[in-house]
Structure formats: structure tokens, C-alpha cells
Design a protein around this ligand. Structure first.
Ligand SMILES: [Zn+2]
Length: 111
């Protein structure tokens, strides 16, 4: 019985291919997720934190999960401030919370 190839080789090659999906870390819960599963946040010209809808926003970005608790914890802002290396608390544009059920329904309470 002769096998010319290491039977593990193909499996290693396949898993290597899968690792090309970029992974980012949520700044709220620290979960690592594929980039497409996270919301990318950037700062606009006025320094307000906005959603980077097309992924082409310039400068430093921060990533957060698509869920209410991760988004709402941005309101306490320290992690966000650190992510952007800012010195003061950052303003967050209301659009950041749009379309996220829990965050949207409670946003007015915070404003
Ligand atoms: Zn998260």
C-alpha cells in the first residue's frame, strides 16, 4: 500500500484558503467576527462618529456587532474614545443606531 501524498495536505490547503476572510474585533464585546458581520464606524469631518456604509471611509475605523447591547454600550463611550484615540467623549450620529431593533427603540431615551 503506497500513498504518494500526505493525506493531510489537502485539508491543510483548504483551511488555509478559508482564513482569507478578514476578521475584526467588536470594540464592545471583543468578539471576533468576519468583517462583513460588523458595522464599521468612522469619524466624519466634524469628529462625529458615523456608520461607514460603503467601507470606504478614510482614516481609523472601529467595528461593532449588529446588536443592540453592543451598540448601546458605545453610548458610555470609553471604548469608542479609545478606539479612535480621542481625548474627549465622542458624539455618535443617530444613524449609527438605525435598523438595530433594540438600540433604535431606546435611543430617544438617551437623547
Ligand atoms: Zn459585540
Amino acid at each position: 500500500m503506497r500513498m504518494s501524498a500526505n493525506p493531510n495536505r489537502r485539508e491543510q490547503w483548504m483551511s488555509k484558503g478559508k482564513s482569507h476572510i478578514p476578521v475584526r474585533t467588536c470594540i464592545s464585546c471583543q468578539a471576533k467576527r468576519p468583517k462583513g458581520d460588523l458595522i464599521r464606524l468612522v469619524r466624519d469631518a466634524e469628529g462625529v462618529v458615523v456608520r461607514d456604509a460603503n467601507g470606504k471611509g478614510e482614516g481609523r475605523g472601529a467595528y461593532v456587532c449588529w446588536n443592540g447591547s453592543c451598540l448601546m454600550s458605545l453610548r458610555t463611550n470609553k471604548r469608542l474614545t479609545r478606539a479612535f484615540r480621542a481625548h474627549d467623549f465622542l458624539s455618535i450620529h443617530p444613524d449609527v443606531f438605525r435598523g438595530v431593533a433594540h438600540a433604535e427603540s431606546t435611543a430617544s431615551v438617551w437623547d
